[in-house]
Write a protein that binds this ligand. Structure first.
Ligand code: FES
Length: 56
């Protein structure tokens, strides 16, 4: 499922980034560009980070 349409980033890519140490929206923005354009995905991206953390 796409989370960030501007950058074409899926929840799977975000989970992978969290596995590799991304721990915040700021990290994700730096690594993947999530929420670096319109910013509409920020809330959902945070939710995916939170989920991925509790799963691992
Ligand atoms: Fe992520 Fe626009 S949808 S920056």
């Amino acid at each position: 499922m796409y989370v960030c349409l501007c950058k074409g980033i899926t929840d799977g890519q975000i989970r992978e980034a969290v596995d590799q140490g991304c721990d915040s929206l700021r990290d994700l923005r730096r690594e993947l560009g999530v929420a670096s354009q319109c910013g509409k995905c920020a809330r959902q991206a945070r939710g995916v980070i939170r989920e991925a953390r509790t799963e691992s």
